[in-house]
Design a binder for this molecule. Structure first.
Ligand code: ADP
Length: 482
């Protein structure tokens, strides 16, 4: 599948394709082969300044369009993305490594946010509130926050951008996007399609860079940026929050997770195994909602581990365009080193690998799907986000034990549990400290549902009818003397 049609190498600022002011470029490589895919404009602080200026100039005209006009343009954008879904997926697989079928799923999932928020644009209703004075009326209106800066990760190079740009545009906000250095190409392709769809100049700007901090500092401290929407690690989230403090930025932060996945002994074990495979090995384990720690009740522990290992043995590792491949490479050497370190620590502390536990012969960045049993409760793999195809399985005794283990984390993004006991389902769903809970389901993401975490997993929600609120301000107007 060719992607030449959607491959762009320049930055996108004020509706134009431009070189970085420095003239510098950086290489984007294919993680499956190590080959250079393209050399891309390497933006610095000056380019970021230009992008913010363009967005600022575009703000009023875009916000002043009717909701229906914005909706129509976004609808065009959605249609164009869907028309080119296969080229976009091929580009995504090439820069990121995920299997083509999974990349195609991501493109359609990302597009669904554009479609959803195009529709939601027309429903930003305000309120008329019963007044405290007979001769006055209280109005509450919703207005766009202003220029938005988005900083996005490499694990979903398309969808994480769509999920931010779509609500921003729907609300009437222009956006400046700094994509991850490993995967800027999907972002640029989305901009190409936005331009074709009629998104006005300056409403979407993309500043790829190899120096995240330099561009990030401009975007997170600039007076003319009202809001920063970030998806990435909790550590960088803290930097962004600190940077934003000076100008009291509005923040949406989708940070790390450490998802517990609990299987109670009354669960449908085959369904739990299926859920575990889907939750753990999607994107080779590189999602912030991937099951990170599997807790299985003592009575069914051995049966679960055996069935889970059998299923995982069927998962094929390989290049994105190879037939039937389910697991692609990890994103870079650092990611592989982290996985090796965590697995090494668990094995040293007494765990054993029922399957995998080592790199794959497919290439330097490939890692075998792995299951670790009898993992000690002090293993690092239970505390840290693995971001790789490794499933530590731990035994627990009773419901209270499971809830305590699940909640013993500073993170609170996704959590999953499997049970067929109605009372238990209610109890655990309420007790688990996560923003997203899958009950008898291993994959929860949907544009209709609010995505986001509690505790140190973040602030705000993306998608759903709540997702637009993060890009809107409430304005109270008291109309007196009536
Ligand atoms: P990961 O560990 O998944 O790569 P990061 O949090 O490092 O997650 O990266 C997420 C995004 O944050 C990327 O776009 C990256 O370039 C960006 N980033 C990294 N460091 C900074 C920083 N100091 N300021 C702003 N953005 C940053």
């Amino acid at each position: 599948m060719s992607f030449e049609q959607v491959l762009n190498k320049k930055a996108f600022i004020n509706g134009e394709w431009v070189d970085a002011k420095s003239g510098n470029t950086f290489a984007v490589t294919n993680p499956a082969t190590g080959d250079i895919v393209a050399n891309i404009a390497d933006c610095n602080a000056d380019d970021a300044q230009s992008a913010v200026a363009a967005a600022k100039a575009a703000f009023r005209p875009w916000a002043n369009k009717t909701a229906k006009e914005r909706c129509q343009i976004m609808r065009n954008w959605f249609d164009i993305v869907m028309t080119h879904d296969e080229e976009l997926a091929a580009l995504l697989s090439t820069e990121q490594g995920k299997p083509f079928a999974e990349a195609l799923g991501e493109i359609r999932y990302g597009a669904a946010y554009i479609e959803w928020f195009a529709e939601e644009a027309r429903r930003t209703y305000g309120d008329i509130v019963p007044s405290h004075k007979a001769d006055a009326r209280i109005l509450v209106m919703k207005q766009p926050v202003g220029v938005v800066a988005a900083i996005t990760p490499w694990n979903f190079p398309n969808a994480m951008i769509a999920r931010k740009a779509a609500p921003a545009l729907a609300a009437g906000c222009p956006i400046v996007i700094k994509p991850a250095e490993d995967t800027p190409l999907s972002a640029l392709a989305l901009a190409q399609m936005a331009k074709e769809a009629g998104v006005p100049d300056g409403v979407i700007n993309i500043v790829p860079t190899s120096t995240a901090q330099v561009v990030g500092d401009v975007l997170t401290t600039h007076n003319d940026v009202a809001k920063v929407s970030f998806t990435g690690s909790t550590d960088v989230g803290r930097i962004i929050m600190r940077n934003g403090a000076q100008t009291i930025k509005k923040l949406s932060l989708e940070l790390g997770g450490n998802a517990p996945f609990i299987v109670f002994d009354d669960a449908d074990i085959d369904r739990a195994v299926e859920g575990a495979v889907a939750s753990k090995y999607r994107n080779s384990g590189q999602t912030c909602v991937c099951a990170n720690r599997l807790y299985v009740q003592a009575g069914i522990y051995d049966e679960f581990v055996t069935k889970f290992s059998e299923k995982v043995a069927e998962l094929k590792v390989g290049g994105a365009f190879d037939h039937d491949v389910v697991l692609g490479p990890l994103i870079n050497k650092k990611a592989v080193a982290k996985v090796e370190e965590l697995v090494g620590d668990a094995l040293e502390k007494g765990a054993s690998a029922t399957i995998g536990g080592r790199g794959s012969d497919k290439g330097e960045l490939f890692y075998e799907p792995t299951i670790l049993r009898d993992v000690s409760r002090d293993a690092r793999v239970l505390r840290e986000e693995i971001f790789g195809p490794v499933a530590p399985v731990i035994k627990f005794d009773d419901e209270a034990d499971a809830i305590a283990l699940a909640n013993d984390s500073e993170f609170g993004l996704a959590g999953y549990f499997f049970s067929n006991d109605l009372g238990r389902v209610w109890r655990v769903a309420e007790a688990i400290e996560c923003g997203i809970v899958g009950v008898n389901e291993g994959v929860t993401s949907a544009v209709e549902a609010p995505f986001g975490g509690i505790k140190q997993s973040g602030l705000g929600r993306e998608g759903s009818r709540y997702g637009l609120d993060d890009y809107l301000e409430l304005k109270y107007v008291l109309m007196g003397g009536l």
